[in-house]
Design a protein around this ligand. Structure first.
Ligand code: ADP
Ligand code: MG
Length: 569
């Protein structure tokens, strides 16, 4: 005796569904990875909750994810015996409450007619990728702590409304059934599903199972199990189903590392590099950390709260996504796994923030990541260039954020320069120092809104004439960063627009003479310009241009002052 309740999707969810159902997609097959990833998350959650409440995991065998399909009904089902959802959770998680990713997804995809389905998972709206291939989706779910008569049935064609029923479900967990669109028959084939699982989900840590193809079904090219087989279905595991990071490095191939990275980071590009370490001692832990080769779509869109993809495990039990607790902000592009042996399993996010053991893990992670980037810079210049292009500006935030590692980070930075290749950010501070003339004790730089503006600035004339190299900085973050980078390797960093040029004795004499003869001119200019300037001086800065604006030592750079004005400061 159930009554069906019909509800409307929240406006933004409805918009996402509209986009997903009406766009043309490449890489449609990604729906399977996304739904398997949700099933795996649900198994993780069950295992975690069962530590405090062992009854949750009683009565059913190991945690697993079963994939089945039905050629006649034209359905694919993904079933897990994980934590499941209550009626309220179903409503909240897949229907009503829009996540922050929903909005960002809409902003990013709003103008795309033909979109890449692989992006959907990056925005935390992976469930909806089901509608790339299905015109109806049915979810059956029972929370692990709910009785059999409190199962939930959710169903929707993705067109604005969904229905909810209370149903009897003998087993806990969730089954998602996709009713495929008319032209999606390619997914109704055993080999197809198996190859997709191997390709995208091999390193999911729970067994992903499919029914063994029937023996006597040789005439059935699909390999579908024969219908009149009364015996219980035989399931076989088709993924590696192991926690990759727990294996010794020598047992893991590059391919394994890469495919684990892809399922972990919802990325479809290869990782650029990784570092995998086990620390033994009073406190033991394993870290497997990756550098992506490209910023996630979200980060490119200016998203700042992209903090998924660093998972904290405690003795192989997934505890939480803890990027914020385990890495400083300026390394937020790092993806990976940290598995600690000695943290209490009931640790909460609040406790994590104050946990001293965690401080050690965190600084070990920072060290590993900086080591990895340094190795790239030293041994693999091309990879380093790729890294720097993608994340160089994020790394610069570390100059202000991480005082302990400031020098290490500064060593990794690369700039354009008056002596570098035009416009390319390839000159390190060490390169600069190596080229300094004897007697030069300052690292000179200029900041401007664009590379062209920096390069063409009249402020550089005297430096060019004297053959002094100047770093050309034009990234938005540079001015802020330079506020914390006043010294490197015992040399001062100085803006060419500030303070006095260093002059030798002969220059000084000439300068004084020039200043003297220009006194009447200076006096006239001061009266003419009045309040609009704070001083007029004869300068050695210029060789070709007659005049330029200069800053006193503590003035803000002009474009920075303008930026603040624009921001209403
Ligand atoms: P994300 O996985 O990034 O949170 P999704 O759109 O893939 O986003 O899933 C939305 C939410 O729906 C999940 O966070 C989870 O709460 C819930 N959910 C989806 N599938 C399952 C499942 N198989 N078991 C339990 N909960 C699920
Ligand atoms: Mg998901």
């Amino acid at each position: 005796s159930t009554t069906t309740e019909t509800r409307k999707f929240e406006a933004e969810v409805a918009q996402v569904l509209h986009l997903v159902t009406h766009s043309l997609y490449s890489h449609k097959e990604i729906f399977l990875r996304e739904l398997i990833s949700n099933a795996s998350d649900a198994c993780d959650k069950l295992r975690f909750e069962a530590i405090a409440n062992p009854a949750l995991n009683a009565g059913e065998g190991e945690l697993h994810i079963d994939i089945s399909w039905d050629k006649d009904a034209r359905t694919i089902s993904i079933a897990d015996n994980g934590i499941g959802m209550s009626r309220d959770e179903v409503v909240a998680n897949i229907g009503t409450i829009a996540s922050s990713g929903t909005r960002r997804f809409l902003e990013a995809m709003g103008n795309e007619q033909k979109a890449d389905a692989r992006l959907i998972g990056q925005f935390g709206v992976g469930f909806y990728s089901a509608y790339v291939v299905a015109d109806k989706v049915t979810v059956l779910s029972r929370r692990a702590d709910a009785p059999a008569n409190e199962g939930v049935k959710w169903e929707s064609d993705g067109k604005g409304e969904y229905t909810l029923d209370t149903v009897e479900l003998p087993e806990r967990g969730t089954t998602v059934t996709l009713h495929l669109k008319a032209d999606e028959d390619e997914f109704l084939a055993d080999w197809k599903l198996r190859s997709l699982i191997s390709r995208y989900s091999d390193h999911v840590a729970f067994p992903i199972r499919m029914q063994k193809p029937g023996n006597e079904a040789a005439d059935d090219e699909s390999g579908e199990p024969s219908k009149d087989d009364s015996a219980a279905p035989q399931w076989e595991t088709i993924n590696a189903a192991s926690a990759l990071w727990t294996k010794p490095r020598s047992d893991i191939s590059d391919e394994d590392y890469q495919s684990f990275y892809k399922s972990l980071g919802h990325d479809f590009n290869d990782a650029l590099a990784w570092t995998h370490n086990r620390v033994e001692g009073s406190q033991s832990f394993t870290t497997l950390l990756y550098l992506p080769s490209q910023p996630p779509f979200d980060l490119m869109m200016g998203g700042r709260d992209e903090r998924k993809g660093l998972k904290l495990y405690i003795k192989r039990v997934f505890v939480m996504d803890a990027a914020e607790e385990l890495l400083p902000n300026y390394l937020r592009f790092v993806r990976g796994v940290i598995d600690a042996d000695d943290l209490p399993l009931n640790v909460s996010r609040e406790l994590l923030q104050q946990n001293r053991q965690l401080d050690r893990i965190k600084s070990a992670c920072v060290k590993r990541v900086l080591d990895l980037i340094e190795t790239l810079a030293r041994d693999e210049p091309e990879k380093f260039a790729t890294f720097y292009k993608a994340f160089g500006n994020t790394l610069k935030e570390g100059i202000g954020e991480d005082h302990a590692n400031r020098e290490r980070i500064a060593k990794l930075l690369r700039f354009a320069s008056t002596k570098g290749e035009a416009g390319k950010q390839v000159v390190s501070l060490d390169d600069y120092i190596g080229r300094m003339a004897t007697g030069q004790d300052t690292i000179w730089y200029i900041t401007a809104e664009s590379h062209a503006a920096a390069f063409g600035s009249p402020q550089l004339e005297a430096f060019k004439a004297k053959d002094i190299e100047v770093l050309l900085m034009s990234d938005r973050i540079d001015e802020w960063m330079l506020g914390s980078l006043t010294e490197y390797d015992d040399r001062k960093l100085q803006n060419v627009a500030k303070g006095e040029l260093p002059l030798d004795e002969a220059d000084k004499a000439k300068q004084e003479e020039a200043a003297k003869s220009a006194e009447p001119l200076v006096a006239r200019l001061k009266t003419l310009l009045g309040d609009r300037v704070s001083d007029v001086r004869v300068s050695a800065r210029l060789t070709d241009s007659p005049s330029c604006l200069a800053l006193a030592d503590f003035d803000m750079a002009p474009h920075f002052a303008r930026m603040l004005r624009e921001a209403g400061q």
